[in-house]
Design a protein around this ligand. Structure first.
Ligand SMILES: NC(=O)c1ccc[n+]([C@@H]2O[C@H](COP(=O)([O-])OP(=O)(O)OC[C@H]3O[C@@H](n4cnc5c(N)ncnc54)[C@H](O)[C@@H]3O)[C@@H](O)[C@H]2O)c1
Ligand SMILES: O=c1ccn([C@@H]2O[C@H](COP(=O)(O)OP(=O)(O)O[C@H]3O[C@H](CO)[C@@H](O)[C@H](O)[C@H]3O)[C@@H](O)[C@H]2O)c(=O)[nH]1
Length: 517
């Protein structure tokens, strides 16, 4: 009789197995964001992304407690002081409104991770410098150690959010680490890549074009997506919150950066052709960008793109393509970086060849060192390559940037490629200095007695300088090389400068100089 009942049950269970699995997953999904429970968010990594992103979440969600944790004591101390560790317009105001209310910065990583419902992981994911995939693949050491720590210390169910930019399929690896010894704790992994740009981070976070959330297509995964959506819904319109599967979200981040960087390399490639033909790259960009299918943004020719993301993420994409046997696709994206390197070299060659083929012992003023305006960030800034190129030709450099310290500049000019994003280099380094380099605190000191000046960052103040005063205090002939097309070249020529602007018809002086490779 008993056996008969069991058989009936079994048949019924088999018929409804899918339903049972669904119910099981819903019950097992992390109990996050349920009514009457204050959601606790912890973000691992208090850097350029973790700090501003969490500050905006805290600002917009007063009912959520947000703690940002980091292993770097100096960074956390700075976040808790009046001198925030990063410069971003509007950031200080947001932090001041929330810090101590529902926004906290701490080095007590384990304590805060243990209790959090949602853990964002926003640690650095630099390019590997050694071993398999060195120079291309993403180094996930910091991500992996963060994930292992989460698994070790967790005391409640968690949604773990990939905020860092990671290779596609990373979530699978993270899932394995978390669930291998889960001690009954349920984890859901979400991919929620960040699209903010530095210098406009707060505005980008307050008014994002889109928020992307990728998760598993299981009921548990969907529930986790909804919990994160609920956080963003405090201020982001629903139609801007896109949900996808995990791999689409991970890959979309790399794709977006590759597309953006590709536009810059395209316009920079055109700038070389403009110089050779007498076309003007600004006019070409304007005409091309007027096509609504192309659009006007991100078409400014420059000395090259910089920043911690574009090169790293494209190299990562190239590596993933190669690993998947897609060598033609890998080659296609590699070209974006090759053109960027070409553009930086072309600029250095132009400076040297214009100045009688040598800058040895000549003073060159470098105006701007950050990778773009409104940030003090120098990671992968084109200024590093340009300065190293000029130093290679034995120039003496006098550098001015309104937001970058002497210590940072010296460190950047002595560091090896790809080393900058590894935590050991976030610590103070031995005071090796490049003797041919001096760092000054205004553009007039930098240019005094200089043979030439190079504008490498588009800081607004460089548009408004008194170029007559600068010219009067420089050696003659006085050269101006505008790597960002910020100055009025005609006005400078009237003053007496010999001017080079990226992608513009060449000054007669430069035309007569030997061809630039
Ligand atoms: N900078 C940007 O504009 C930007 C924008 C979008 C995405 N991203 C991506 O976001 C991620 C973070 O970038 P970032 O610019 O904020 O980097 P960052 O170097 O400024 O910050 C990362 C922080 O993580 C900390 N950290 C590393 N391992 C840790 C650990 N195990 N526990 C605790 N803290 C740890 C480091 O000390 C550092 O302070 C990267 O993957 C990057 O590609 C960056
Ligand atoms: O028309 C342009 C636009 C930008 N740049 C240069 O490109 C680099 C990158 O600029 P930007 O993209 O504005 O700054 P990032 O902070 O590096 O932001 C990029 O990288 C982030 C990290 O992944 C992403 O989140 C952002 O969406 C993406 O724009 C800088 O050197 C700019 O000067 C140009 O040369 N020409």
């Amino acid at each position: 009789m008993d056996g008969g009942i069991c058989l009936v049950c079994l048949a019924w269970y088999e018929e409804n197995a899918e339903w049972f699995v669904w119910i099981g997953q819903v019950l097992a999904a992390p109990k996050v964001g349920t009514k009457n429970k204050m959601v606790k968010i912890c973000c691992i990594g208090a850097g350029y992304v973790g700090g501003p992103t969490m500050a905006v979440i805290a600002l917009k969600c007063p009912s959520i407690e947000v703690v940002v944790v980091d292993i770097s004591v100096s960074r956390i101390n700075a976040w808790n002081s009046d001198q925030l560790p990063i410069y971003e317009p509007g950031l200080e105001d947001v932090v001041k409104q929330c810090r101590g209310r529902n926004l906290f910065f701490s080095t007590d990583v384990e304590k805060h991770v243990a209790k959090a419902d949602i853990v964002f992981v926003s640690v650095n994911t630099p390019t590997k410098t050694q071993g398999l995939g060195a120079g291309k693949a993403a180094d996930l050491t910091y991500w992996e150690s963060a994930a292992r720590m989460v698994a070790d210390v967790s005391t409640c169910d968690k949604i773990v959010v990939e905020k860092s930019t990671v290779p596609v399929k990373t979530a699978e690896a993270i899932e394995r680490i978390l669930t291998h010894n889960s001690k009954g704790i349920n984890y859901q992994i979400l991919s929620n890549p960040e699209f903010l740009a530095e210098g406009t981070a707060i505005q980008d976070l307050l008014h994002p074009d889109r928020v992307l959330i990728g998760g598993r297509e299981t009921p548990g995964g969907q529930k986790a997506i909804q919990a994160l959506k609920d956080v963003y819904a405090h201020w982001v319109p629903e139609d801007r919150i896109i949900t996808t599967n995990l791999w689409s979200a991970e890959l979309s981040k790399l794709a977006a950066n590759a597309f953006l960087a590709q536009r810059i390399s395209s316009v920079n490639a055109m700038s070389a052709l403009c110089e050779a033909t007498g076309a003007d790259v600004t006019e070409v960009s304007y005409a091309v960008g007027k096509d609504t299918r192309i659009g006007p943004k991100f078409l400014n020719a420059s000395v090259g793109f910089g920043g911690s993301c574009f090169q790293k993420d494209i190299l990562n994409l190239v590596y993933i393509c190669e690993c998947n046997g897609l060598s033609e696709v890998a080659e296609y994206w590699k070209q974006v970086i090759k053109v960027n390197d070409y553009q930086k070299n072309r600029f250095v060659n132009r400076v040297v060849s214009s100045m009688f083929n040598t800058v040895s012992n000549k003073k060159i003023a470098i105006l701007g060192f950050a990778f773009k305006k409104d940030t003090g960030d120098t990671r992968e800034t084109p200024a590093i390559d340009v300065c190293k190129g000029l130093l290679g030709d034995k120039a003496r450099l006098s550098i001015y940037d309104p937001q970058v310290t002497e210590d940072q500049i010296q460190r950047d000019l002595t560091m090896n490629k790809f080393d900058w994003d590894h935590p050991i280099h976030l610590q103070p380094m031995s005071p090796t200095t490049v003797k041919q380099v001096s760092v000054v605190w205004n553009a007039y000191d930098a240019t005094k007695d200089a043979h030439g000046l190079c504008i490498l960052t588009e800081w607004d103040e460089f548009k408004k300088l008194d170029y007559q005063r600068i010219y009067d205090n420089m050696q003659k002939p006085a050269f101006a090389f505008d790597g960002r097309n910020v100055v009025d070249a005609d006005k400078l020529r009237e003053i007496g400068f010999i001017v080079y602007s990226i992608g513009k018809p060449l000054d007669p002086w430069l035309k007569d100089m030997p061809a630039v490779a």
